[in-house]
Design a protein. Structure first.
Ligand SMILES: [Zn+2]
Length: 222
């Protein structure tokens, strides 16, 4: 046994990983026990045009296809999971969730993570969407492309604002750092709620010729 793995076993013994849902001890680099994993509200939707995510987004912006892994329910496990990713930098969660996405995306030319505004990135220290988006790209052998899209508007909090305010506030909230080659890209975010952020990003990406965008999120709040 290598010293590193002896050390890791020792750390596991003192600080065992616990399931986010029920706090049972679980294997390290997992985030849920099997019963909690089975309890997640999976959509089982394909990345296509026959689901609620596509229908919601298609009203706001031109997308080729869309899907989400889970349905978001407040006060349920999926909310805790997104919270851990967002505020506790649990990057292993994103990588594990990406394993649940087993669809064929060979027609996709690259994976683009939803960027944070540089100010927010500096404050938080990480973009919570990246581990998930990166793992999707790696698992499907697609290029990972975080270098094109940037967020230019820093909006404090839109939670309490109404839908129209949010849609207006987010117009032109993104810019392209460099020209995106023509192709079909998968834009990835953690959650789709009003669709304001995602549609603003899609509009910016599609400002160039011959760009197609599909969207994948971890959760969809219906
Ligand atoms: Zn559990």
């Amino acid at each position: 046994m290598e010293i590193k793995s002896i050390l890791n076993s020792f750390i596991d013994l003192i600080f065992p990983m616990r399931c986010i849902g029920c706090e049972d001890v679980i294997q390290s680099n997992q985030f849920l026990c099997v019963p909690c994993l089975n309890q997640l509200t999976y959509t089982h939707w394909q990345l296509n045009q026959s689901n609620a995510v596509f229908r919601a987004l298609n009203l706001l912006c031109p997308v080729e296809a869309a899907t989400a892994l889970c349905i978001f329910k407040s006060n349920q496990l999926i909310q805790q999971i997104l919270h851990e990713m967002k505020y506790r930098n649990r990057s292993e969660i994103g990588a594990s969730l990406a394993e649940l996405f087993v669809q064929d995306i060979q027609h996709i030319d690259g994976v683009i993570p939803m960027p944070l505004h540089p100010k927010r990135l500096k404050k938080r220290g990480y973009n919570q969407v990246e581990p998930f988006a990166k793992a999707i790209a790696e698992n499907h052998k697609r290029p990972y492309l975080p270098q094109f899209l940037e967020r230019t508007k820093h909006i404090q909090s839109l939670v309490s604002r109404d839908r129209n305010f949010r849609l207006n506030a987010l117009s032109n909230a993104f810019a392209l750092k460099q020209a995106l080659p023509k192709g079909h890209y998968l834009l990835i975010d953690d959650i789709l709620t009003t669709g304001a952020t995602i549609s603003s990003a899609v509009h910016q990406l599609k400002n160039q010729n011959q760009i197609k965008i599909s969207v994948l999120t971890i959760a969809y709040a219906d």
